[in-house]
Design a protein. Structure first.
Length: 520
């Protein structure tokens, strides 16, 4: 994406910020390389064929990995593939046996050469399935390229019932939405397992399951045929099961996934060590599947002030970019997040928002930025809310944002009505059409409010990154430098599911991903 420079930002300072982000990420990446987690191993087994649940609803992947106990550091793959060989079973029959009580760690070991060969067959089958999904998506995007809008209009559905979600998603897509995000049920990110099958009982959203992914994908594909326009599907692979949900999304052809390097730590109190290991593996899966990730910097502004702490958003974007690149994601797949969340009573707040959005666009020209609507200062005054959303739409179009999450009248008040979605689309379409070429026409004074604000935020971000680099990422999170939230290194959920890799650790899926993505 070609972006005209209007803010006169220092290239040296931008490069300095990226250098600092690389230094910050390096020791964290060192930790990641030497550790695995229960969900990384469960995701690996899912790639190899593990699926289904037992009579109590416990996933086969969980049952198999739980039998490892102190052997987690050796990895689960060898035990599962060995069971395929020694039990002479298909994955489906082996899964049924595991659900029935078979302990795969107690079986006689086959020749490791044969285990490797069998694993390669399973991994290749997964890789081919994912490659076919990528080819299909790209073919549809080429076929309907004339109908691709920019920015993409992104709408949420959140009924809790996948079948009701389908009705709302279909309506939203037919009304003009380009991206449908199925909001996940409250607190699913804290479950250390992935529910199974179609679900109808979510609260504030719908359970992320592979069957629910399939149902929604099938429904949206029908809309694509009618609309002659590709509709992207989004879900979340944040939380304690990031890698597993990434695998499910790859198989069911999701197009975007919410995937942030720190969101789970800061906003769900998931242990930092667990999160960093999990995000790496999940992002490698996303990269293989050509899935665009959406990061969560917008959430910072729900707990910290958008004016005072704007630099933390930019700093986190640099860090998220670095971790994403280290996971094999190309810049075109790194949907860095930010938000229109300035206090509306601040004088010239609109100019400050414009500065922030233009700055992000210029610093990350190849990234599909995800721009979030105002929520923090939304009230029951829907008329003021509609004006705020119109101004948000203006900034998005005027600065060339890529993924535009539409603001709705009842945003942050209740689950939006279908009519709210319709009005949100019409508001955005009106504003974006009526200022279609505004971006080409406008320039900013070199010493004006907008350019000075952007330079100020960049300077603050560089200073902040320097501070984080000196104390280290883990210490910075513990001290509450991000989003004004403190998290203890050994605190949070999921630390007991982290294990140091043994010398005999083996993961054929990780080997494939590193080779395919050309990672060290």
């Amino acid at each position: 994406m070609k972006t005209e420079t209007k803010l006169y930002l220092s290239k040296a300072k931008i490069n300095r910020a990226r250098t600092l982000a690389t230094k910050i990420a390096k020791p964290v990446q060192g930790y990641i390389n030497n550790h695995t987690t229960v969900t990384v191993e469960r995701a690996t087994l899912r790639v190899l064929g593990a699926d289904g649940v037992d009579a109590r609803g416990v996933p086969v992947a969980n049952i198999a990995v739980n039998t490892l106990e102190q052997k987690l550091g050796s990895g689960a793959a060898a035990y599962y593939v060995n069971a395929l060989l020694t039990e002479k079973k298909t994955p489906a029959k082996l899964n049924a046996a595991i659900a029935g009580g078979l302990n795969i760690t107690t079986l006689k070991q086959a020749n490791f050469k044969d285990i490797r060969k069998k694993a390669a067959e399973q991994v290749t089958a997964f890789e081919k399935k994912v490659a076919a999904n990528v080819m299909y998506r790209n073919a549809k995007l080429r076929e309907y390229r004339k109908n691709i809008k920019s920015p993409l209009l992104y709408l949420i559905v959140a009924t809790g019932n996948i079948y009701e979600d389908v009705k709302q998603a279909t309506a939203a897509a037919e009304q003009g939405a380009d991206v449908i995000a199925v909001i996940r049920t409250t607190a699913q990110s804290l479950l250390d397992y992935v529910p199974y099958g179609a679900t109808t009982e979510g609260v504030g959203g719908t359970y992320a399951t592979q069957e629910n992914f399939r149902i929604m994908r099938t429904a949206l594909d029908e809309v694509i045929k009618k609309q002659k326009r590709y509709i992207r599907l989004v879900n979340y692979c944040s939380g304690l099961c990031m890698p597993e949900i990434a695998v499910m999304g790859a198989v069911e052809r999701l197009d975007m996934m919410l995937n942030d390097s720190m969101y789970g730590i800061l906003f769900r109190d998931i242990n930092m060590y667990r999160t960093f290991v999990d995000q790496r593996f999940s992002r490698m899966i996303n990269a293989l599947a050509d899935i665009t990730i959406n990061t969560g910097e917008d959430n910072y502004l729900t707990t910290a002030d958008a004016y005072e702490k704007a630099y933390t958003v930019l700093a986190s974007q640099f860090i998220n970019e670095r971790f994403a690149l280290d996971s094999g994601l190309a810049p075109r797949l790194i949907g860095l997040g930010h938000a229109f969340e300035m206090d509306p009573t601040i004088r010239n707040g609109f100019l400050l928002e414009l500065a922030q959005a233009q700055m992000a666009r210029e610093i990350f020209p190849e990234c599909p930025l995800k721009y979030m609507p105002p929520t923090k200062f939304m009230t029951g005054d829907i008329f003021r809310g509609y004006v705020m959303n119109a101004m948000f739409n203006f900034v998005s179009a005027a600065t060339g944002q890529s993924i535009h999450l539409l603001g709705m009248l009842t945003e942050a008040i209740q689950t939006p009505f279908m009519q709210d979605r319709y009005l949100a689309v019409k508001n955005a379409e009106y504003v974006m059409n009526t200022i279609a070429d505004f971006r080409k026409e406008v320039t900013f004074p070199r010493n004006g409010i907008i350019t000075c604000r952007a330079k100020e935020v960049l300077n603050q971000a560089v200073s902040f990154l320097n501070k984080v680099n000196k104390m280290g990422m883990f210490n910075a999170i513990q001290k509450g430098l991000f989003a004004d939230i403190k998290r203890a290194k050994k605190g949070g959920k999921g630390l007991d599911g982290v294990a140091e890799k043994n010398q005999d650790y083996w993961n054929p899926v990780e080997e494939m991903l590193k080779k395919k993505l050309k990672l060290d």
